[in-house]
Design a binder for this molecule. Structure first.
Ligand code: TRP
Length: 456
């Protein structure tokens, strides 16, 4: 049983909308724009988008439902939830979650720092024509460390304020702003000449690519990263839920909104890429290796828009401010997983947990700020591989060790019997084998990223 102070430290959501926006805020982030566009550009285009949608629907939504169920049912942090359900031998899964939250935020914050830098310099009209050179100057070393620390400071501040006043109010303000900005940009993009070729690349799949194992792996990994799955983030957010809403419906809402945002982001980016002839610069068709592609969005968007003069600078700034907001609501959820573990597990106060773990994450992010190959490697190893591993074990835990409780919890939201059975079947018999195979497919890209880092 929790002491009253412990649950006061944990907190809970004020409204259903607050929860949904916070969960959507976690899902919608750099993953939808920075990562989605560079992975789609690296290979596949429309084939990638289609496979990504399939993974979101068949694997993402059932796994998300599982995470939400576990969170609300246990009312504790993921670190404790897994042992509560499966016994102490499941403790390593909880630690894997905490490690992923810690590890992803360490490099995520470096990228989020770039958005701050570009937004600032955009408004001052201080982004030079040569954005590749500029990106190299501000994207690594001291300037990157500075913006990384600034971004973490803001994240820590919000998480310290707690669930209602921090997480929820940030989401209520930031998410609607983001949607407005994004739709505005997509409309502007649609007016560009030659945008049609961009739409075609993005929307017309070439059938042979649908069977390419690398594109399949990329799509699966992207589904996990973008939906914030596989490391207990959704579990943590659901543990602050008290209502009896339908968790299946919430999972569908969150997943489709996240897909919608990524999709619209593609509608913004690809016409720009083709209108301004940036295909080669972003490595369409996998012409560049990872260390160049991580900067794709930052290198391509500004020169495209600068051609518009003053208006361009305003749009650049709007774009990066929006990315910054999106990154912030995601970073909050990453830090929250670590903080929740510290509050529940070691009885820390929220303040102390946020400050201490946030400071450690600042230090852990330094290698990524100094070396983009390290960042890319961390993104492949933790942001793809370990998340899918976490998802695989979550499905096994829920499907084979806690199914009756989980079904009872789902039933509280009045999901019909047939829907619960369908979900249980997918979680037991579809998700584990599919993820197992995809994990094996993913090994070469992790090895490749490690080799690029070591220069061998
Ligand atoms: N989903 C976020 C994005 O798309 C990143 C993120 C936030 C995340 N929390 C997470 C990824 C938890 C995996 C797990 O940018």
């Amino acid at each position: 049983m929790q002491s009253p102070t412990a649950s006061a430290q944990r907190g809970s959501w004020g409204t259903r909308l607050g929860f949904i926006l916070a969960a959507v805020g976690s899902a919608v982030g750099l993953g939808n724009m920075w990562r989605f566009s560079y992975v789609a550009a690296e290979g596949g285009g429309a084939a990638f988008v289609l496979l990504y949608l399939v993974f979101v629907a068949l694997i993402g939504i059932p796994v998300m439902t599982s995470e939400l169920v576990v969170g609300r049912m246990t009312q504790v942090s993921p670190l404790k939830a897994v042992t509560k359900l499966g016994g102490s031998q499941w403790a390593p899964l909880g630690w894997l979650f905490v490690f992923c939250g810690f590890g992803i935020l360490s490099y995520y914050s470096v990228i989020a720092g770039w958005t701050m830098r570009f937004a600032f310099d955009g408004i001052r009209g201080a982004i030079p024509q040569d954005t590749a050179g500029y990106f190299n100057a501000v994207g690594t070393r001291t300037p990157a460390v500075a913006t990384h620390i600034a971004f973490m400071a803001i994240t820590i501040f919000i998480v310290m304020r707690g669930v209602k006043r921090g997480l929820e109010s940030a989401a209520l303000i930031l998410m609607p702003l983001l949607f407005l900005l994004l739709v505005g940009l997509a409309i502007w993009s649609s007016t560009l000449a030659d945008g049609g070729a961009g739409y075609a690349y993005y929307l017309k799949p070439r059938i042979n690519e649908l069977l390419d194992t690398r594109i399949i792996t990329d799509a699966a990994g992207q589904a996990f990263f973008s939906l914030s799955l596989g490391m207990g983030a959704m579990m943590t957010y659901a543990s602050y839920l008290q209502g009896k809403q339908s968790l299946g419906r919430e999972a569908v809402t969150i997943a489709l909104t996240d897909f919608g945002v990524a999709f619209v982001a593609g509608l913004v980016v690809f016409p720009i890429v083709f209108h301004f002839g940036l295909g080669e610069a972003i490595g369409l068709g996998g012409m560049l290796n990872t260390d160049n592609t991580v900067g794709t969005l930052f290198i391509t968007i500004p020169p495209a828009l600068q051609s518009l003069g003053k208006v361009g600078n305003v749009i650049i700034t709007a774009f990066f401010v929006m990315l910054f907001f999106a990154a912030l609501t995601s970073a909050i959820s990453l830090l929250e997983v670590v903080v929740a573990a510290a509050i529940d597990g070691w009885g820390w106060t929220r303040h102390r947990a946020a400050l201490l773990s946030g400071s450690l994450i600042i230090v852990a992010g330094l290698p990524s700020a100094y070396n983009l190959n390290f960042l890319a490697m961390a993104d492949k190893l933790i942001g793809t591989f370990m998340l899918m591993l976490g998802g695989l074990f979550t499905a096994i835990l829920v499907g084979y060790y806690a199914l009756p409780q989980a079904e009872a919890e789902l039933a509280m939201g009045m999901e019909t019997v047939s829907m619960r059975k369908a979900w249980a079947t997918i979680i037991r018999f579809l998700v584990p084998p599919v993820l197992f195979v995809v994990l094996i497919f993913a090994v070469p890209s992790v090895v490749g990223a490690v080799r690029a880092l070591l220069g061998v």
